[in-house]
Design a protein around this ligand. Structure first.
Ligand code: G3P
Ligand code: MG
Length: 248
């Protein structure tokens, strides 16, 4: 059984402030292969690694990112750290030998992301993911060689979303994705994972924070686990390997 890619969700986010250089460095220390990073654009056009649409989790009166300059955003205190730029995270990924799973949180800056990854020599260690078909289609047009992961599994009571999630192959083909990024709950739909794997797609599952679930998913053939606890999963899966070796 092959070791999956361990993809640190917003860095080692269970132990450090999410989406910060500290969280990414810790993920590298813990053996993560890639870092999942949320990318947005500030009002003055800088690409930053930040999950939310507004700053409300970090200051009393939230402001939308698109109304802030990079300088204003950087004044927000994230427990002693600043919001990193995509450039800074790329430089650290290069230095630490980690790849990136870049999640496009909005549509409109796909070419800028591809250019930044290329400039840092990360093209071969990156996958770009999104919940938005439009973002992946625009990325394909700008950078056809970059792998693309289609995200699914938002908690919304919209029957169109449920319909689409029950038939992921149609959506994957439409955007010419190379990978499917489902929430692990979607894999409870019988036969779904097998059909996607048989069609030749990589499958990277989120957010897997449990060792036994991780082992079952790897046994079922998933290629990557997106997790808040990369160190724990690396240990859980390494123990599994030594356990199987001792039986061989
Ligand atoms: O890549 C999976 C995951 O990051 C998608 O959801 O909200 O954590 O960005 P979210
Ligand atoms: Mg994300």
């Amino acid at each position: 059984m092959q070791m999956p890619a361990i993809i640190a969700h917003r860095g080692a986010s269970a132990e450090a402030q999410e989406n910060t250089l500290t969280a990414f460095a810790l993920a590298a220390d813990q053996g993560a292969t890639l870092w999942e990073i949320d990318v947005r654009r500030t009002g003055d056009g800088a690409l930053v690694v930040f999950h939310d649409e507004t700053t409300e989790r970090f200051e009393p009166i939230g402001r939308p990112l698109c109304a802030l300059t990079l300088g204003q955003l950087r004044r927000i205190d994230l427990g002693g750290e600043r919001v990193p730029t995509l450039d800074e995270v790329c430089a650290l990924a290069r230095e630490r030998g980690c790849g990136l799973n870049v999640e496009l949180k909005e549509v409109g800056y796909e070419e800028q992301v591809a250019y930044t990854l290329a400039r840092h020599g990360l093209y071969d260690q990156a996958i770009v993911s999104s919940f938005y078909d439009e973002a992946l289609l625009r990325l394909r047009a700008a950078a056809p060689a970059l792998p693309r992961g289609l995200l699914m599994g938002v908690q919304r009571l919209d029957p169109r979303i449920r319909w689409r999630e029950a038939r992921p192959l149609a959506a994957l083909r439409r955007v010419e994705a190379t990978a499917w990024h489902p929430h692990f709950r979607l894999l409870l739909i019988p036969g779904l994972l097998r059909s996607v794997l048989q069609a030749g797609y990589q499958v990277n599952v989120w957010t897997v924070n449990d060792g036994s679930l991780a082992r079952r998913l790897v046994a079922a053939g998933v290629s990557g686990l997106i997790t808040d606890i990369p160190g724990t999963l690396v240990a859980a899966l390494s123990n599994r390997d030594s356990f199987s070796r001792s039986l061989a």
